[in-house]
Every structure is written in structure tokens, then in C-alpha cells.
Design a protein around this ligand. Structure first.
Ligand code: HEC
Length: 132
């Protein structure tokens, strides 16, 4: 039992150690990035329930996240542009919600989702290229 406990504690320490040499420990970045998923799920919840406050709040949070230092993982003009377009879509979504326009908000949420996917595709491509 005691050994098991030691093992669990040591594993936890090992897992929380940074895997990359960047300034950000890997798990902090991961946690930060996962928050985006939480907010998008909340937006979807707001859309299906017709709750504009929930949509607006979470869209705003998404927009703000994209300005955080932790967000700036890649220092390329493309990454900056993907971030800008993402923020624009999130801001538009917040506005649709404030205007209580559920149809527009639903469309804009699709746009936001496209922005997530586009940037992730780009980041994967860059990672693949740097492995070559
Ligand atoms: C401008 C670029 C960009 C946009 C837009 C973007 N992401 Fe990310 N996302 C990243 C980067 C960079 C990572 C970290 C990838 C890595 O290090 O492997 C990441 C990681 C993630 C992760 C994985 C976290 C983990 O390691 O477990 C999730 C989940 C995620 N993003 C969700 C989203 C969602 C949902 C959206 C849209 C609402 C979104 N992202 C929009 C750049 C972006």
C-alpha cells in the first residue's frame, strides 16, 4: 500500500514535469488550451437553451483567451492571423447574443468552430514540418 502510494505520488510529479523546453510547463499550456473546449461547450449549451447571457459570456471569454500570453504558442504571422480571425468570430458571436439573434449566433458559432479547426490544422502542419 505504501509503495503504491509512493508510486502514485512519483508518477504525478513526473507527469507534471515539463516535457518541452519552452518557458511554459506542458500541463499549464494543456490546461489553458482545454478551457477553450469548456467555453465552446457552454456556448452550445446556451444556443440550445436559448440563453443569450451564457452565449455572450462564453464567447467573450473565448475572445479574451486569445489575447493571453499563454495563447501565443507560435511566433509566426500565420498564427497571429489565425488568432485574429478567431477573436473576430468570437466577438461577432458575443454581439449576436447581445442582439438576441439566435439564428445568427448559431451560424457564427459554426464560424468559430471552423476557426478552431483551421488553426489546429495549421499548428499540426507546422509540427509535422519541423519533424522532417
Ligand atoms: C490561433 C490558434 C488556435 C485556435 C484558434 C484554437 N486553438 Fe486550440 N490549441 C492551439 C494550440 C497552439 C494548442 C496547443 C497544441 C500543442 O501544443 O500540441 C491548442 C490546444 C488545444 C486543445 C488541447 C489541449 C490539450 O493539450 O489537452 C484543445 C482541447 C483545444 N486547443 C481546443 C480549442 C477549441 C475548442 C478552439 C475553438 C473554440 C480552439 N482550440 C482554437 C491553438 C489554437
Amino acid at each position: 500500500m505504501r509503495y503504491l502510494l509512493t508510486f502514485v505520488v512519483l508518477s504525478a510529479v513526473a507527469l507534471s514535469a515539463p516535457l518541452s523546453t519552452g518557458a511554459q510547463p506542458r500541463n499549464d499550456l494543456s490546461d489553458f488550451m482545454r478551457v477553450k473546449l469548456k467555453h465552446s461547450q457552454k456556448v452550445l449549451e446556451g444556443l440550445v437553451e436559448g440563453n443569450f447571457d451564457v452565449i455572450a459570456k462564453n464567447a467573450q471569454d473565448l475572445s479574451l483567451l486569445s489575447l493571453a500570453e499563454t495563447w501565443q504558442v507560435l511566433q509566426t504571422p500565420q498564427y497571429v492571423e489565425y488568432s485574429r480571425k478567431f477573436r473576430q468570430a468570437a466577438d461577432q458571436l458575443a454581439n449576436d447574443a447581445k442582439n438576441k439573434n439566435l439564428d445568427e449566433a448559431t451560424k457564427t458559432f459554426n464560424l468559430v468552430t471552423n476557426r478552431c479547426v483551421e488553426c489546429h490544422k495549421y499548428v499540426r502542419d507546422v509540427r509535422m514540418a519541423s519533424l522532417d
